[in-house]
Design a protein around this ligand. Structure first.
Ligand code: ADP
Ligand code: MG
Length: 686
């Protein structure tokens, strides 16, 4: 085999075929270099401890024990299976339980010794462990040290990823160090190779801290460099300035008056649009805050200035909904509005494309179909995307490229992911961000309750009551295990169980991510049209879909979700005149967890929730960075790394003062690192 380099595609690694490569791409992993910057989400300390009798409770431990008896499986509620058995050593015993993992019956042989890893509860002969990880003695890859836990997706196990990262490490020897000696000395940063090795396979917690510090610095330094380079480039691009700013007719035609937050956002966008450089603004507002009307104001300005606008939605259903809204808001003013979506006939599509090219459509609302080859605009001046995280950034770029000529369209991105603004500004500097931080008047907040699973019968009665009142109900299931990260199995099984055993007389629909698009759409459309009473789904229920008649959202195993996600889900109800409810089901008795969920029940402020989430979970997929085409922070934490951020920003400024385009030959490795950080966004820095 050829020696690995950072750019070797993952398909060249043994064990990575087509299907796995596709799954890895879902994680943003294309080449060997991507693996190295795919950092563990957390670590497991699997240093082996002795004597069951002396193991501490409620904290993860790793120990050796013998299987004392065959494991047995029994069936409990809603397709849940319990597999139980006993393990022992010379000092004590532990009762082990697995949920929905009955394959362990075959994997754990009586009389043999295994290493177990998990949390113990109980005392003495009642010591227990739920779903521990285990490896047979003598064949263990994950025992006796600190091991990485990576974020996963369907078809990719932690075991597989760990193996791939191990294979990737040797190519570090050839890779160039992006941070030069002087910089490293000044900021006391560890060398590259050692840092990457250690972040994946730390020999100790101290070594991990040292490695992490260097890599956080590297990330923040490269982020600052990249953002500055992008800003420089954008300032050099040309857009049509929307000089006519006469929004009065638009405002006068609205069926309501704007909230102050909407008015402010519209003004901010209008100011950008008046410039001859492309706007690139993120419009961020909680679900139901009224982003669409701000987008409509922008489209109106495009029209008044002789330009076309395109509004792209992630799903057919949303596109149709937007079309209706835009027709109400803008149709009466004389704008010509059309739909372009995948479900149209070829003839309909051709007609729409011809009209677009001829400039006979002022605003086109559509799905991915807008990106197809036949689509060309006479004079595209504005691109609006809704719920951007459903689009690849290349796709947005592809649409922008259809403007024709050297002019770049203005871009407005709408997102409902709350961004703690102060933090966003600190990291991303002059990020162009408008926030709608208040709801339109007259909304009744969703009443939220935290309910224990043993109250299920009462909950079912409540579901019935809502349906009897003519309302509809969402039930959301989380992923139950690593093999099924989208919770698809859970939704299928639970949906069928509810239909057959609990609500045989009601109409139950099921939606999850692995259904064919047609099936999924049909299930969503049936619910939207009131033809099903209960919709059981994974978290894929369409973002932004508006079913005002839905008044109850039930979230199963709510403790498995992040607070922001719960808040987003809750936003599916409370859109109509009816008092709405959100029930968070959780059997988790951990006091901290219940507190967290109670906090959600007590507030409806998406920003407060986002801040809380950030404290609890770190940045990860937080504040809509991706929606804005910004790289996500993979490592840096906004809570803990502010000092490093400051240092990195200063260092970046100093470097760019001396080499404004990072074009000096000795900065090539650094430039490549910056490009890698931004690559997922399709940005280049030329
Ligand atoms: P989102 O920000 O979730 O996209 P929408 O733009 O869909 O929210 O608005 C949600 C609902 O609120 C819509 O039915 C819209 O007509 C209504 N709405 C928006 N702004 C106002 C306002 N200022 N006053 C009253 N109702 C409003
Ligand atoms: Mg919306």
């Amino acid at each position: 085999m050829e020696p690995l380099t950072l750019r070797t595609p993952l398909t060249k690694l043994p064990g990575v075929g087509k299907a796995r490569a596709a799954a890895l791409e879902n994680l943003g992993l294309f080449d060997v270099g991507d693996l190295l910057t795919y950092f563990p989400r957390e670590y497991e300390d699997r240093t082996v401890q002795e004597d069951i009798a002396h193991l501490p409770a409620d904290t993860p431990v790793c120990f050796a024990a013998m299987v004392a008896e065959p494991f047995r499986t029994s069936y409990i509620r809603r397709g849940m299976e319990l597999t139980k058995g006993k393990i022992v050593d010379a000092t004590g015993q532990v009762l082990v339980t697995f949920f929905n993992q009955n394959y362990v019956r075959q994997a754990l042989h009586p009389g043999q010794t295994y290493y177990f890893y998990g949390k113990l509860t109980g005392y003495g002969a009642r010591r227990q462990m739920v779903s521990p990880k285990f490896e047979p003695e003598g064949r263990c890859d994950f025992t006796g040290g600190i091991f990485p836990v990576y974020p996963l997706t369907a078809g990719i196990s932690n075991h597989l990823l760990t193996g791939l990262v191990r294979q990737a490490l040797p190519c570090l020897a050839q890779a160039a160090e992006p941070l030069d000696d002087q910089l490293r000395q000044r900021h006391q940063l560890a060398p590259m190779e050692e840092s990457y090795r250690t972040i994946h396979f730390p020999p100790s917690w101290e070594a991990l801290a040292t490695a992490r510090r260097r890599l956080v610095f590297e990330e923040l330094f490269c982020l600052t460099l990249g953002l500055t380079l992008i800003r420089q480039r954008r300032a050099g691009q040309a857009a049509v300035p929307f000089v006519r700013q006469d929004l009065d007719a638009f405002f006068a035609a609205l069926p309501f008056s704007l909230t102050p937050a909407q008015a402010r956002s519209a003004t901010e966008a209008a100011q950008d649009l008046a410039k001859a450089v492309p706007m690139n603004r993120l419009l961020q507002g909680d679900v139901g805050s009224g982003k669409t009307v701000v987008a409509a104001a922008c489209a109106y300005l495009a029209w008044r200035n002789g330009c076309q606008a395109a509004l792209m939605a992630p799903t057919e259903l949303l596109a149709q909904q937007h079309l209706g809204t835009m027709e109400t808001l803008l149709g009466g003013l004389g704008m010509r509005i059309a739909l372009l979506s995948g479900s149209m006939t070829p003839a309909q599509k051709r007609a729409c494309q011809a009209a677009l090219a001829a400039g006979e459509i002022d605003l086109v609302v559509g799905t991915h179909a807008l990106l197809s080859e036949g689509v060309a605009f006479a004079r595209l001046g504005l691109v609006i995307t809704d719920e951007q995280h459903r689009f690849g950034v290349d796709q947005r770029a592809a649409l922008a490229a259809k403007s024709g000529g050297d002019l770049h369209p203005h871009v407005l991105v709408m997102s409902a992911t709350p961004i703690p603004r102060t933090l966003a500004l600190m990291i991303y500097g002059d990020l162009d961000l408008s926030v709608i931080d208040q709801l339109p008047p007259g909304r009744t907040p969703v009443a939220t309750y935290l309910v224990h699973g043993n109250k299920r019968p009462r909950l079912y009665a409540f579901v019935r009551k809502q349906v009897a009142l003519g309302r509809q109900v969402y039930i959301v299931c989380p992923a139950v295990d690593q093999e099924d990260p989208e919770g698809m199995k859970a939704a299928e099984q639970y949906g069928r169980h509810l239909q057959q055993e609990v609500f045989p007389d009601l109409r139950v629909g099921i939606v999850h991510g692995r259904q064919k698009p047609k099936e999924k759409q049909a299930a969503m459309a049936a619910f939207a049209a009131g033809q099903t009473d209960i919709l059981v789904s994974t978290t894929v229920i369409e973002v932004g879909v508006d079913v005002p008649n839905a008044s109850l959202m039930v979230i199963e195993d709510a403790d498995r979700f992040g607070l922001s996600q719960l808040h987003q889900l809750r936003g599916r109800v409370g859109r109509g005149r009816h008092q709405s409810y959100c029930v968070l089901l959780s059997d988790n008795d951990n006091e901290q967890t219940r507190q967290r969920l109670r906090a959600l029940a007590a507030t409806t402020d998406g920003f407060a929730i986002a801040e809380e989430d950030l404290k609890l979970r770190g940045p990860g997929d937080f504040f809509g960075a991706r929606q804005h085409g910004l790289p996500q922070l993979k490592l840096a934490s906004l809570e803990g790394d502010m000092v490093l951020l400051h240092q990195a920003q200063t260092a970046a400024r100093e470097l760019l003062a001396q080499d404004p385009h990072l074009s000096q030959p000795d900065h090539a490795p650094l430039r490549r690192r910056v490009e890698r950080l931004f690559r997922a966004n399709g940005d280049s820095f030329n």
